[in-house]
Design a protein around this ligand. Structure first.
Ligand SMILES: C[S@@+](CC[C@H](N)C(=O)[O-])C[C@H]1O[C@@H](n2cnc3c(N)ncnc32)[C@H](O)[C@@H]1O
Length: 219
């Protein structure tokens, strides 16, 4: 079972994959990483040689039909749409027939609904006393520019800002267009994948699909 874009979530029983610079350093140059951490030059990290370092923008280095299940929490939104599509196709390729792909991403609807709620609240507040509600709107808009659409220059751009905003129709369609069946929005930690609670940390927009078993079909 693959856990793609694992970050600090690295349960046993999963192949925990990440491609951040720190994951690379801690896996490939572990003794130097430990030394720099001990000297206080690097912050502590959960990454180490146990994490499989892969750049998910590239093809997955697994043979066709060899993976039982794939989970990814809060990673798909870090890819340009065409890169996320290629990655979804790659997941389809490496999954065994009957294998499950489950992706969790921030829900654009939640973000914009909250924005509209804040506007509504401000509009219902008398003009002279809106400072608090305007501050809340500003914080929400700032979140958008800080976390969602701010492209940081140089190395800082690797994976740490969002490059797309998903919602249920888009994510369902992505799965279906890549060939998955039984594509459904799923509740938090309710999955066809056993022990999903080991990897799932966020209750956002979660979609799951199954790679069909086409083995018995006659062309
Ligand atoms: C927001 S964290 C999610 C961590 C964890 N999966 C969770 O649910 O809390 C996104 C992770 O995706 C990784 N990531 C982003 N772009 C990547 C890429 N091109 N290749 C591999 N990992 C990537 C980042 O390094 C980061 O650890």
């Amino acid at each position: 079972m693959l856990n793609l874009g694992c970050g600090p979530v690295q349960p046993r029983g999963w192949v925990n994959v990440d491609g951040s610079h720190r994951a690379w350093f801690a896996a490939k140059l572990a003794p130097i990483d430990r030394l720099l951490t001990a000297l206080g030059i690097f912050p502590k990290t959960e990454f180490g040689p146990h994490v499989r370092v892969l750049d998910l923008r590239k093809p997955l280095p697994f043979a066709d039909g060899t993976v039982a299940a794939i989970y990814s929490g809060e990673a798909w939104e870090h890819f340009e749409p065409q890169v996320a599509r290629r990655l979804t196709q790659e997941c389809y390729r490496v999954l065994a027939p009957g294998g499950v792909l489950r992706v969790c991403v921030p829900d654009g609807v939640q973000f914009f609904s909250r924005y509209l709620d804040l506007i509504e609240k401000a509009n219902q507040t008398p003009r002279g006393s809106r400072a608090q509600s305007v501050a809340e709107i500003r914080r929400h808009v700032q979140l958008y520019f800080n976390d969602i659409c701010t492209r940081r220059p140089g190395l800082g751009s690797m994976g740490h800002f969002h490059k797309w905003q998903y919602d249920e129709p888009q994510l369902l369609a992505l799965f279906e267009e890549c060939g998955f069946l039984d594509v459904e929005r799923m509740p938090f930690r309710d999955s066809r994948i056993p022990n999903i609670a080991d990897v799932e940390r966020s209750d956002f927009l979660i979609v799951e699909g199954v790679k069909p078993d086409l083995g018995g079909e006659v062309a």
